[in-house]
Design a protein around this ligand. Sequence first.
Ligand code: PMP
Ligand code: GLN
Length: 446
Amino acid sequence: MGIIRNIVAHLTVIRQSLVRNHHKIIMSRQLHASRTEGVDKNVWVEFTQLAADYKAVNLGQGFPDFSPPKFVQEAFCKAVNGGPLMHQYTRAFGHPPLVKNLAKFFSRIVGHEINPFEDILVTVGAYQALFCAFQALVNEGDEVIIVEPFFDCYQPMVKMVGGKAVYVPLRPKAEGKAVLSSGDWVLSAEELASKFTPRTKAIVINTPNNPLGKVYKTEELQMIADLCIKHDVLCISDEVYEWLTYDGTKHVKIASLPGMWERTITVGSGGKTFSATGWKVGWAISSGHIMKHMKTIHQNTVYHCATAAQEAVAQGFEREYELFGTPESYFQQLPAMLHHKRKKLASCLESVGLQPIMPEGGYFMITDISSVKVDYNDQSSKDEPNDFKFVKWLTKEKGLATIPVSAFYSPEHSKEFDKYIRFCFVKEDATLDAAEDILRKWSQGQ
Ligand code: PMP
Ligand code: GLN
């Protein structure tokens, strides 16, 4: 069965490539703009296709394979059936009920009165909030500090505006010792301070972090905040997994620290918040004097995102505002559910001899694969990083899709970290069981 599946997948790839080449148009001058150079590869495009081609059990791309909660599904249906205006343009910078509910909800958390019409921009997912931030705030030649491992789109977005990405890695606390938790990965204050120069315009942080699951502690955020204030630098804080923390770990917003509201852009995602990644509703929250520039980019690019989806997310926040802190709140129920899935995946990895690094937050878990010996027997991939080779092999030969962790590193540092792969656990128990079955059989040599 496995061999036939592989042959069919290979034939599909060959057919797709023939069709593509048939349509190629030859021009005598350079067709592409230079900004597209060096950013053409994308880990999600590549590995999501690979998982589909091989019909693999998918613990790769980060999306729930279960439905969003009933209350937001019903809100979406109600919006779609809610009359003609739900199908038309709404306010460019965010559907009024959504910006009002986001402002009400997050004012309480940030400890700052957020103005719904000045301080919030609703975007096409967190991706577009990040895009607007880089486009609106970073000039050619500006430096942007990125903490590694980082969600991969930060680097091309900085590059496409002509900025220079400057990297600083989180490192395992005690080199050589077993690293058991994402909390063991820390930023060196000296190393970070050394990256700030007069050209530094912004720093990008991601808490809870994808792929590691690190949730920054208040002291760590304070150290970053002090540097931002000292060097007059902006902070782009990607907090799409803000509700997903475990074992009593608390997510802290850097925008809530003294002196940071005025210089922080906080990015959020309705897709991650309500387990509906396909809706592509995201937002940026910041002081109006920053937001007005992001709005300029937004109004001249996408203008706004789907009205009905915004209405549904607005209803979701309305409900969560009322239930905040109670056991009925989805922001309590989702992490409670994921707590079990995290444990299930960790035990599965341990049972086949892989040491998981327990995430404090988010829905990913990484593990060190350096002890696993595989004969790839494939010359075409010999220059690829080890984790890329391994993930491809695992997908094609064993039918289990994961993501190589070096994709979350700069070329300078990726070699140091190509011994890790990432598993996503926001999946049905049946999917996690299927993955466990594959790993167990493999470890038993079947
Ligand atoms: N930031 C991080 C850290 C992510 O993992 C993702 C992927 N969901 C995004 C941003 C983009 O989110 P969205 O799907 O809302 O565009
Ligand atoms: N954020 C998702 C992840 O980390 C994927 C995003 C995407 O597919 N572009 O898996």
